[in-house]
Design a protein around this ligand. Structure first.
Ligand code: C5P
Length: 216
């Protein structure tokens, strides 16, 4: 039996980490968890019930109910839910509950790919490979705009950019588990890279780790 392979991927909103995580999970035949969905699920419950986003008691209750096997990606993908998620993500008790579930997910026989903001630093500090994906705010806003337009929607570039910068600020400034690269993370700036090139670079890092592990 081969040892489990855990890949931790972190980075700011719209950095391309989600696409990269999915591609790596497919390639290495590993289960994948987008941990952003767990924070979004909590925010979604609060929004649906009309509760304020800083209502800790209800947020904690909603976090306990989060079922990783039943995350409705479609319902959770709305832009407003992402912004709301970054507000509930500052509540330490919510983080503690969700991190526990995320760690359980990472403990599978084959290993797993998890992407988020604190995977390499908090959720899986012992991960075999840690990647920190960045891109300039302008590039990320452009990608998000193309994404929205590709799905038939429309949006304003300046608004998207402002939202990305606001979310960066909230995610890097919070006191509990702020967004930052782990000391042993490989940094990948994808500003000038296609997704294909980023995927190749990430694969090279993972393959190198596997080769070292196998004594090559
Ligand atoms: O990645 P996504 O945009 O879905 O994440 C939504 C929000 O959830 C982030 O802006 C961040 O505040 C929070 N989050 C987090 N820790 C994670 C994943 C997401 O705090 N591991």
């Amino acid at each position: 039996m081969t040892a489990p392979l855990v890949i931790a991927i972190d980075g700011p909103a719209a950095s391309g980490k989600g696409t990269l995580a999915r591609r790596l999970a497919d390639y290495y035949h590993l289960p994948h968890l987008d941990t952003g969905l767990t924070y979004r699920a909590v925010a979604h419950v609060l929004i649906a019930r009309g509760w304020p986003l800083d209502d800790e008691a209800h947020a904690v209750e909603a976090a306990r109910q989060v079922d990783l096997a039943n995350l409705d990606k479609h319902a959770l993908s709305a832009h407003a839910v992402g912004d709301a998620a970054s507000r509930v993500a500052v509540i330490s008790e919510v983080r503690r509950i969700l991190v526990e579930k995320q760690r359980d997910f990472a403990r599978q026989a084959a290993g797993a790919v998890l992407d988020g903001r604190d995977i390499g630093t908090v959720v899986c500090p012992g991960a075999d490979v840690k990647l920190y994906i960045t891109a300039s705010p302008d590039v990320r806003a452009t990608r998000r705009l193309r994404d929205i337009e590709g799905r038939g929607g429309s949006a304003d570039f300046a608004e998207i950019l402002a939202d990305i910068e606001r979310r960066d600020q909230r995610d890097t400034a919070r006191s509990d588990s702020p967004l930052r690269p782990a000391a042993d993370a490989h940094l990948l700036d994808t500003s000038e890279m296609s997704i294909e090139a980023a995927f190749r670079a990430a694969r090279a890092i993972v393959d190198d780790t596997l080769a070292k592990r196998n004594g090559a």
